[in-house]
Design a protein around this ligand. Structure first.
Ligand SMILES: C[S@@+](CC[C@H](N)C(=O)[O-])C[C@H]1O[C@@H](n2cnc3c(N)ncnc32)[C@H](O)[C@@H]1O
Length: 276
């Protein structure tokens, strides 16, 4: 037992992937979907009022009349996708949470919305279609390693028509500077987000070099120990532009977020609109 605990608590090398995939864990994916759908919770998705403001702004920035075919990369349960569809975009959503995609499909059907959803890893997507516009919203880009960020930029580029646009957001260096290293623990007697039965959670928040942080979540339950790694890479305007340009994109404009606020280096997020 001691060896197992020591192993899950070890600080992993940069961008090491968790052995346990939590997106499709039966219990965790249920909690994740609940978090996505809670309009007041800023966790899996942003709060509903932000999402509404965001969709209104995006629809003016890259209007459906000029850019009808929209690809939502990491669409979750389709909260943005549905609103885009109601705003006359022809929407395709891709996500590798089976539960989110199943919910999204049922929800679209119940509302009579024609949205194509794919349960798939976006790092290997090959949709045999070219889009006018792609979105990757809620800082998922920064959750990827340097290698995977290069892959997703390339994948999105390949899936766009010439002149197609790509809007994404990331966390900024101001957020990195605000990130506190710490270790905490808690006993969850009645279960919780990570397990339906009693468990102990040990959290390790670490800063790595190159503007990267790790939230290491170690779960000790009756029958197993599991470590989950949540990585984040933070950006300045310059580092984000550099990665986008290295992938062949032309930079249209940098914003403070995906709701159109102005860029400021002290904001916790920044968003970028790119063109192929
Ligand atoms: C932070 S959530 C944002 C969801 C949605 N964009 C929103 O704002 O409501 C990130 C989403 O990306 C999905 N995701 C993460 N890695 C993925 C991958 N490699 N392939 C497909 N989807 C992925 C997750 O399942 C999750 O739904």
């Amino acid at each position: 037992m001691l060896n197992q605990i020591r192993k899950i608590l070890e600080k992993p090398p940069l961008y090491a992937k968790s052995e346990a995939a939590f997106w499709n864990d039966e219990h965790i994916s249920k909690q994740m979907l609940k978090a996505h759908l809670d309009p007041e919770f800023e966790g899996a998705s942003r709060k509903l009022d932000f999402i509404e403001k965001s969709v209104t702004w995006i629809s003016t920035l890259v209007p459906s009349s000029k850019h009808p075919l929209l690809l939502d990369v990491g669409c979750g349960p389709g909260i943005y996708a549905e609103k885009f569809s109601k705003g006359k975009y022809q929407v395709t959503g891709i996500d590798f949470s089976r539960r989110s995609i199943e919910y999204a499909k049922q929800s679209a059907q119940a509302q009579g919305l024609s949205i194509s959803y794919f349960y798939e890893n976006y790092l290997i997507m090959d949709l045999k279609q070219h889009f006018d516009f792609a979105t990757m919203i809620y800082c998922d880009y920064g959750a990827l390693s340097t290698v995977d960020r290069r892959i997703i930029m390339k994948k999105v580029y390949q899936h766009l028509k010439p002149g197609g646009k790509f809007l994404l957001d990331v966390f900024s260096m101001a957020k990195y500077n605000d990130f506190q290293e710490m270790r905490t623990w808690e006993i969850c007697r009645n279960g919780g987000f990570w397990n339906e039965n009693e468990y102990i959670i040990l959290n390790g928040n670490y800063k790595y070099s190159d503007a990267v942080t790790l939230e290491q979540i170690s779960i000790i339950s009756n029958d197993k120990t599991t470590a989950y790694y949540l990585w984040n890479t933070y950006f300045t305007k310059e580092t984000l532009i550099k990665e986008a340009e290295q992938s062949g994109f032309h930079v249209c404009k940098v914003f403070g977020n995906v709701a159109g606020d102005s860029y400021h280096k002290d904001n916790f997020t920044l968003a970028i609109l790119l063109e192929k």
